[in-house]
Design a binder for this molecule. Structure first.
Ligand SMILES: Cc1cc2nc3c(=O)[nH]c(=O)nc-3n(C[C@H](O)[C@H](O)[C@H](O)COP(=O)(O)OP(=O)(O)OC[C@H]3O[C@@H](n4cnc5c(N)ncnc54)[C@H](O)[C@@H]3O)c2cc1C
Length: 468
């Protein structure tokens, strides 16, 4: 550690996730001395990136990783639709344009991808899947970075920034030690693991959120930037949140705790009332609204209820569903009011149309006369045994962050870019994602802006960036 403290680094990167490693590699390839500081231990390095599976990339023709084509126009339309236009259009365009380089760039640095996916997820055209998932991607990037001479230190949390008038001289560690550098790249994630901060946007319900990813993304660096005059971007309560099994751990449950059965049953709150159209659209297009929906219910708890037919229609989660031969017995096991649950299910069953549902299309098999109606895949919950999954809001990552420009420089409240501070990944994702989500764009934003931050820092040090 003494060596690291005594060195005056060209570039210091805070956080060894996807964004940080892309930045570190890019700066090191340009000849910078680079130190990456990571709060977690080596096994848990890489924050939320550890949990990922894919990134979303534009491409004009089929590749060995992505089928057909995904044009700039289509990608941009998709982004505008999910964000309802709340995005910095220039930075969004830049992200999409640069996404086209990512699979080659990552492969050249040791990351391996799966062949284009087939099947019902429908993502083979738009999303490139990492072979071995996010952890394998991280291992490859760390190995590559170390091969370039990048120093990575673990179990070392940055507590604050040595910052004055928009200039950052270095960082203070939790130990009190200081490390100095010419350029600082902040890639320390959002504040999704900080329930107190979440409560500033969400109020008391935040205490019942489960954090799907790393406990280390507490927003310490984001807070330090804002306290030192960085311009915030995005709303406090905007985030990606899905419904996950209420039995999942408080942190790091990952994707295995997600419950995908919602479209094939009904979802009840603790009063055994339905509260939203479970069949509004295909699940990949709707799963990301259910965290917010469950967060809006009393005590932030809900229950997906299915019968023995519905339960076979989706990929099982890691948790065994709670099972009973009767609805009354299931209600008792789930602690739901039995009469109210029976009434809700009876009303739902009576409102279902005749005939088989077809889950491969939006089949318009809608209930009639309910509030809310279920608009697709409505089939009676009638074949015992019956199954229940308790659901909680599972927060993935927050969107409120720092404003950046197209060089990944952090913008201060006076509208001017900082002299030597850059941001990439979750900590600035709100520039592109004002609200909503497009599967795979989190990793795309991190890789694109990580590379830009590394390039900008290197150029500002008069280094030649690879490809210049
Ligand atoms: C379960 C799950 C599944 C996901 N799946 C996908 C997917 O398939 N595709 C996709 O695009 N996105 C996905 N995401 C979102 C994706 O993980 C993020 O968008 C992306 O990983 C963010 O990268 P990052 O480098 O900004 O942050 P991270 O990967 O979270 O890295 C931040 C790092 O900073 C470190 N750190 C934090 N504070 C400090 C400090 N004070 N000092 C030192 N180090 C610090 C953390 O330990 C962490 O290693 C998923 C997220 C989760 C939780």
């Amino acid at each position: 550690m003494q060596n690291h403290i005594n060195t005056y680094w060209d570039v210091l990167v805070i956080g060894a996730g996807n964004a940080g490693l892309c930045a570190a590699i890019t700066a090191a390839e340009a000849g910078c001395s680079v130190l990456v500081i990571e709060a977690a231990n080596r096994d848990m390095r890489g924050g939320n990136t550890r949990h990922t599976r894919n990134l979303r990339a534009m491409h004009e023709e089929p590749t060995d990783i992505l089928s057909d084509a995904y044009s700039f126009e289509e990608y941009f339309d998709d982004l505008l639709r999910v964000t309802k236009g709340i995005t910095n259009k220039d930075l969004a365009s830049l992200t999409l344009q640069k996404s086209t380089e990512l699979t080659d760039w990552l492969q050249e640095r040791g990351v391996r991808f799966q062949p284009a996916l087939s099947g019902t997820l429908n993502l083979g055209r738009t999303n490139a899947f990492f072979l071995g998932g996010g952890r394998a991607l991280l291992n490859s990037l760390c190995r590559h970075a170390e091969g370039l001479g990048v120093s990575l230190i673990y179990e070392t949390a940055v507590a604050s920034l040595l910052m004055q008038d928009g200039f950052c001289d270095g960082v203070r560690l939790e130990t009190g030690d200081q490390i100095r550098a010419q350029k600082i790249i902040t890639t320390a994630g959002g504040f999704e693991a900080n329930l107190e901060w979440l409560a500033e946007g969400w109020g008391a319900p935040a205490k019942n959120f489960l954090v799907r990813g790393t406990p280390y993304n507490t927003g310490t660096i984001l807070r330090a930037l804002l306290d030192n005059g960085a311009q915030p971007v995005g709303e406090l309560d905007q985030c990606h949140a899905v419904a996950i099994d209420a039995r999942a751990p408080k942190y790091d449950g990952g994707i295995a705790s997600r419950i995908d059965g919602v479209p094939f049953g009904v979802v009840l709150n603790k009063n055994a009332e339905r509260f939203y159209d479970e069949g509004e659209d295909f699940w990949p297009k709707r799963y990301a609204i259910w965290g917010r929906l469950v967060a809006g219910q009393p005590d932030q708890i809900a229950y997906a209820i299915l019968d023995s037919v519905g339960v076979k229609r989706f990929m099982p989660s890691v948790f065994t569903p709670i099972k009973d031969d009767s609805l009354a017995g299931l209600a008792e096991q789930l602690n739901l009011p039995p009469e109210a649950m029976q009434n809700t299910i009876s009303a739902f069953n009576a409102a279902c149309p005749e005939g088989e549902i077809d889950q491969s299309i939006l089949d318009a098999k809608a209930t009639k006369g309910l509030f809310p109606n279920k608009t697709n895949w409505s089939a009676p919950i009638a074949e015992p045994p019956f199954y229940g999954f308790p659901l909680r809001p599972g927060i993935t990552f927050t969107y409120m962050g720092v404003e950046v420009n197209d060089r990944a420089q952090i913008i201060m409240k006076d509208g001017k870019p900082t002299a030597n501070l850059y941001a990439a990944g979750e900590i600035m994702a709100g520039n592109v994602l004002g609200q909503g989500y497009l599967a795979g764009i989190g990793m795309t934003i991190g890789a694109v802006f990580g590379r830009i931050a590394g390039e900008s820092a290197a150029r500002a040090l008069n280094k030649t960036v690879l490809g210049d």
